[in-house]
Design a protein around this ligand. Sequence first.
Ligand SMILES: [Zn+2]
Length: 433
Amino acid sequence: MRMWQMSEETISLSELKQLQLERLQSTLNRVYNNVEFYNKVFNKYNITPDDIKSLEDIKKLPFTTKQDLRDNYPYGMFAVPLKDIVRIHSSSGTTGKPTVVGYTKRDLETWKNLVARIMVAGGVSKEDIVHIAFTYGLFTGGFGLHYGAEHIGASVIPVSSGNTRRQIMIMQDYRSTVLICTPSYALHIAETLESMEISKNDLHLKYGLLGSEPWGEKIRNEIEAKLGIIATDNYGLSEIIGPGVSGECLYKNGLHINEDHFYVEVIDPDTGEVLPEGEKGELVITTLTKEAMPLIRYRTRDITRIYRDNCKCGRTFIKMEKPSGRTDDMIIVNGVNIFPSQVEEALKEIEHTTPHFMIYVKKKGALDMMEIHLEVSENLFFDEMKRQKEILDQITDRLFNYLGIKPKVKLVEPKSLERFEGKAKRVVDERHQ
Ligand SMILES: [Zn+2]
């Protein structure tokens, strides 16, 4: 089995624990001295980095949440001065403001090596022509995988997203061998091929590295059969680094976590208690080498379990299962993270709307479709069509600005949506995983 960084990826457990502890202690010292947020938190809990003498001691430290990142928007969580930051990305926040992440030069070096590990684990080599159909932009997916693939020495085609027929022409003519996108987009490509009456044998694809949204074995089998590829899953989140946190090897039996750079725990999401290996709960990650924005015990909100096995590929890193859900109300629509609270925030200042809305997520072919039903005031609902159309356009534009995707919006009569006692149910997810 090929590996990108063999000595790291096959490290013994005792060496790994020692390395993790050294890196954890150095990270704690850096955040304590350089990040006001952590300095205050540690003082509040009456802890100094010297109190953490073993990996188990990490339990003494409080969690970091997405809300903490939001409270310190935009640069408050950075542990280095802005002049040392060479790249900025962001992800959707729970409300209007996004979460900002930064990278130093060394962070970018680390990042491309971690992505290269996952790509090599998924079958990619320097001989490959890598077709990246993730959106290039503030989202970490496109650039993250791009630099990893280049680092391996593969030929990279930065197609970005959209225009599926053109993507297929490029795949055919440029002889792409690796496809990188979300699982639902891979399936959409497969269906478009069928409608164009192009056989998978007219393409040259061998591997697919698919991620950014949950997907099951049924979808994997369908993608593999229709595109004639081996499809592996990989996982990451921009707060931690982006893609490169973990990925499957060709045995497709759990995602190897890059443990020398990330310390992982699984907790009970209600009590915060650390669960034994093998039990299902919320994944919590501590970065061990990040310079620009180290995070201590970051609550990912993803539900999974972690376990060690003797993987036939030879990698010794702990594995995680594909995440099976979330502990918050985030939904993933075509790989884009959406919080219902963002919709609420976007609609807040629009005239003639009420706070009552419902989000429907459905499948339209292989892709996801988001439809928002929004109650409007009586006078608008019975107003002339032209006026309604103006408001509808205004709402759709505003949602696009907040969410990064364009939902279908339907204005509905006042008091027509269901009312809830207590927490409102905002999402009806009609997709089947
Ligand atoms: Zn493996």
